[in-house]
Design a protein around this ligand. Sequence first.
Ligand SMILES: NC(=O)c1ccc[n+]([C@@H]2O[C@H](COP(=O)([O-])OP(=O)(O)OC[C@H]3O[C@@H](n4cnc5c(N)ncnc54)[C@H](OP(=O)(O)O)[C@@H]3O)[C@@H](O)[C@H]2O)c1
Length: 276
Amino acid sequence: MNSNILVLGGTGKTGSRLVKHLQNKGIEPRIGSRNATPSFDWNDKDTWVKSLQAVERMYLTFYPDLAVPGAKEAIESLTYLAKELGVKKIVLLSGKGETEAEACEKIIVNSGVNYTIVRASWFNQNWSESFFLDPILTGEVALPMADVLIPFVDADDIAQVAATVLLDDTYNGEIVEVTGPELITFKDIVKTISTVTNRNLNFYDISLEQYVDGMREMELPDDVVWLMEYLFSHVLNNPENQNISHDIESVLGRKAKTFLKFAQEIHKTGVWSPKK
Ligand SMILES: NC(=O)c1ccc[n+]([C@@H]2O[C@H](COP(=O)([O-])OP(=O)(O)OC[C@H]3O[C@@H](n4cnc5c(N)ncnc54)[C@H](OP(=O)(O)O)[C@@H]3O)[C@@H](O)[C@H]2O)c1
């Protein structure tokens, strides 16, 4: 058992896939999450030391988002604790076009610990494992900013890049931008899923105000509504988020996964089949 690698969020979208890639290389990483043993909870600093004990390399994903109030302070405290406890390298999962995420990147960059920043655009898996799954299952997708171009990226590509840069010190000090190979809109995505699944999905182009009102009517928690509104109004709109990077190809020596390929794979799993 080799537990000197800690994967925070090791059961989440990128973390779980990174764990698998490491296991395929014969490495058994330690998982950092509330349900792991030892348990790691961002909201309980007393849990942090045990998870960091004897760790040399750490993949750092924050939950729910580096933009939320308190994230920067948590990243700062964890980074300095990690350094004190002997962590030699940190790979931070960051968000493309997010000012708050860049503030968190700076903490890692200035920490004196070796690092690689993996700066990601929005994940394909938001449509299969997260907030966009329910609308796909109901067949009624209502979203603002229907025509904004987004370089959706696959969590598996991110995880493979993370596995490489975590183990290979030639990437120390670098910011690796991970995006998909194409710019696509929400409208394109719903059309693609509709074609691949052979289901009739309705798409409604609504305003951000209507979207926020809808979330409030569904009685989603205030912090979730705040985060979604922030992501739509500050991240999606940011021109920096609307360009394609070729870093996945540079690191992995192959092209990033297209949304169509992702959709074909997910269709086969049955995740997009409405429950009867
Ligand atoms: N989703 C995107 O499109 C996107 C794009 C760019 C960047 N990012 C960044 O990626 C990061 C992760 O986002 P994600 O949506 O992909 O989430 P995720 O990794 O799927 O999050 C779930 C993971 O977080 C753990 N977790 C949840 N609450 C926790 C807590 N209080 N303490 C410790 N662990 C906790 C969960 O395990 P337990 O339940 O066992 O605790 C699970 O392992 C965020 O910082 C976000 O800014 C996301």
